[in-house]
Ligand binder design. Structure first.
Ligand SMILES: C[S@@+](CC[C@H](N)C(=O)[O-])C[C@H]1O[C@@H](n2cnc3c(N)ncnc32)[C@H](O)[C@@H]1O
Length: 272
């Protein structure tokens, strides 16, 4: 993966070659990066300007990120979820789908996708699962409109998926012990710890006893840091401990590391 640099494009994690100890927020790294890639500096400055403006207008992270998505989606939904090309969009969706099917996702399962975006993987899950068994949520109404376009393009209207905007990750409107699979791809890589904490505090309630929750994250083995308010890097142990604090067990998915994707994956199950 090309180093995403000081303002790594959100979702730009589609190839391998991570540097797990780099602190992208450190001044030394930023200066060195600018010297090595002067052509990327103007783009970073534009992103930093947008970040400052949106942070001022939206101190709350979810409102901030919704505004980021509104801006990005207006320029193209595929790029807004991190795919620069249609081929890349298709490839990354297939990777998520194939992985979950190889881990036992069955057509009769009920699935919740957190941060479903424009259904890059979602349309494949909708196609595979029985009618009505897919539930996608996202904080961005704009990307959910784009998700409807994907659904129509793939001619999957008859599968009647739910696509719902949310303000938080408390799942208060969803039934208890309902979903066997919960999936969040490239969502916590854009989330501060309190958002992840909220999700882990509540996801156990909606999981079936044999269910699992897979999420990807940007892993660091050095200092935890973030780039603007868009890209967050965590140590595995931080997220494992957070899951444990909410009565969940988290397992690092080694087989995901072999895939050409820049993020790592944890699987959370009920501890009891
Ligand atoms: C990089 S995109 C990935 C979309 C989709 N998971 C995929 O792989 O194509 C991240 C998505 O997560 C959504 N998102 C970010 N923070 C969220 C949150 N706290 N709750 C729900 N959705 C969120 C964004 O609006 C965006 O659609």
């Amino acid at each position: 993966m090309p180093d995403p640099g000081p303002a790594g494009a959100h979702g730009a994690h589609e190839s391998g070659g991570r540097r797990l100890t780099t602190n992208r927020a450190a001044v030394g790294h930023r200066v060195g990066y600018a010297v090595r890639h002067p052509e990327r500096v103007p783009r970073h400055l534009v992103r930093a300007g947008r970040d400052a403006w949106l942070r001022m207008r939206h101190p709350d992270h979810v409102a901030y990120y919704r505004a980021v998505m509104r801006h990005d989606t207006s320029r193209g939904a595929d790029a807004a979820v991190g795919s620069g090309t249609r081929e890349g969009w298709l490839r990354l969706g297939a990777m998520q789908f194939d992985y979950l099917v190889s881990h036992g996702l069955r057509p009769g399962d009920r699935m919740l996708e957190i941060g479903c975006g424009n259904l890059r993987a979602g349309w494949r899950f909708i196609d595979y699962l029985e009618t009505g068994n897919y539930y996608g949520i996202d904080i961005s109404p704009d990307i959910l409109i784009a998700a409807q376009d994907t659904l129509a393009r793939q001619r999957l209207q008859h599968k009647l998926p739910r696509l719902t905007p949310v303000r938080d990750l408390r799942f208060a409107f969803l039934p208890e012990a309902h979903f066997r699979v919960v999936h969040a791809h490239s969502v916590f890589s854009h989330s501060p710890l309190h958002v992840i904490d909220e999700c882990l505090a509540h996801v156990g309630r909606v999981l079936t006893p044999d269910g699992w929750f897979d999420f990807t994250f940007d892993r660091t083995e050095g200092t935890e840091h973030h780039v603007l308010r868009e890209d967050f890097y965590y140590r595995t142990q931080t997220l494992v401990a957070l899951a444990q604090a909410h009565g969940l067990r988290a397992r690092f998915m080694d087989d995901w590391e072999a895939l050409p994707h820049g993020q790592s994956k944890l699987r959370v199950t009920l501890a009891r």
